[in-house]
Write a protein that binds this ligand. Structure first.
Ligand code: FMN
Length: 368
């Protein structure tokens, strides 16, 4: 691998990518409020970013129960499928590839965001003590109730149905969101999972829901079109785990048998420190996975070039830099300056801070 390999083509399972720069999943809370549907703004936003080798959409709830914030999109209704179809068609026309991130928030929700004001669901009745947004203000997540054993098949079925809908909407594949303290991560980590049935206790039990959800998705998609995102070392949304190294090893070893499109690892604290237990050898994890390996968290140009050149990763996902730079790949190629992201427009609002960041050409023209 050479320094410029970041910009070379790569085939992730069955998905042919023109380069190895990936747009990380980014929640932006701009779906149509009445039906949690993506619309024209989303078409523009994602199409502007079609220069990425792969776009991973913002996290998208698989069911009304899977929702934890105002104005996030869903993939459980026909109108949502139609909204996403416009996005995928436009991204494809612009030469891009796009997969949908499948999401259930579990306990990271609020009763006001749940149908009938119900309590959010979780592995155990332990509150996240995290923050969410109800459309007007930030507020603390509600106390969840523990899922009954006989409800779990319903959740797995919701993942399967969402996978069917993603196919109908024209996506190139799906990414299972098993990271950042949401439902699947809540089951995997022992700070949130105190169950004493087949879904709690041992690593096999705690990871069971993730693998059952994955198997359900694989009923609808060939493995080469399915990726998974994990964050074993992250405390995002106040999740805790007593032995993250063992969890990481367990999950990666089991995923090795699946022949997936990719494994997407958040290295360290999501959006924070690139820190993990000393016993973890990241390159060993990649090697034993035998799967296209996508890394994320705090990457800049130099780090990304080196990661691919040194075979630390096959793909590098950028989050915040893609918010502010629709033409991020072109800028990285040229080593051009990057626009800085405005965090006040990350969540909610309209075109401002969403589709109005200039490309390099536009910025240069404006500068005259
Ligand atoms: C505004 C914002 C929204 C995010 N939404 C999601 C999301 O929907 N799904 C997800 O897995 N991660 C989400 N993340 C985490 C990012 O994908 C990424 O892991 C994080 O920003 C670190 O990467 P970066 O340093 O390249 O930005 C979000 C981060 C930000 C800043």
């Amino acid at each position: 691998m050479t320094e410029q390999s970041l910009f070379s083509a790569f085939t992730a399972g069955d998905i042919a990518l023109k380069n190895r720069v990936v747009m990380a999943p980014l929640t932006r809370n701009r779906a149509r409020p009445e039906d949690d549907t993506p619309h024209g703004l989303h078409v523009d936003y994602y199409t502007q970013r079609a220069g990425a080798g792969l776009i991973i959409t913002e996290a998208t709830q698989i069911s009304p129960e899977g929702k934890g914030y105002a104005w996030t999109p869903g993939i459980y209704s026909d109108v949502q499928v139609a909204g996403w179809k416009k996005v995928t068609e436009s991204v494809h026309k612009a030469g891009g590839r796009i997969v949908l991130q499948l999401w259930h928030v579990g306990r990271v929700s609020h009763t006001s965001l749940q149908e009938g004001g119900k309590a959010p669901v979780a592995p155990s009745a332990i509150g996240a003590g995290a923050k969410t947004f109800d459309g007007e203000k930030m507020l603390e997540t509600s106390e969840p109730r523990a899922l009954e054993l006989d409800e779990i098949p319903r959740i797995i079925e919701d993942f399967r149905k969402a996978a069917v809908n993603a196919r109908r909407a024209g996506f190139d594949g799906v990414e299972l969101h098993a990271a950042n303290g949401y439902l699947l991560d809540q089951f995997m980590k022992d700070g949130a999972n105190k169950r004493d049935d087949a879904y709690g206790g041992s690593l096999d039990n705690r990871t069971r829901l993730t693998f059952e959800a994955l198997d359900a998705v694989l009923q609808e998609w060939e493995p080469g079109r399915v990726g998974i995102r994990i964050s074993p070392f992250s405390n995002a949304n106040n999740i805790t785990e007593s032995d993250p190294a063992a969890l990481a090893l367990h999950v990666v070893d089991r995923l090795a048998g699946y022949d997936l499109a990719y494994i997407h690892l958040i290295e360290g604290q999501t959006g924070g420190k690139r820190e993990w237990p000393e016993s973890v050898d990241m390159d060993d994890l990649k090697a034993r996975s035998g799967t296209p390996w996508m890394v994320n968290n705090g990457y800049d140009r130099a780090m990304a070039l080196a990661a691919v050149a040194d075979d630390h990763a096959d793909l590098v996902a950028f989050g915040v830099p893609f918010i502010a730079n629709p033409d991020l790949v072109a800028r990285l190629k040229l080593d051009a300056p990057l626009n800085q992201a405005d965090s006040s427009t990350f969540y909610g609002g309209g075109a401002k801070g969403y589709t109005d960041y200039p490309t390099l050409d536009e910025a240069q023209k404006k500068a005259g």
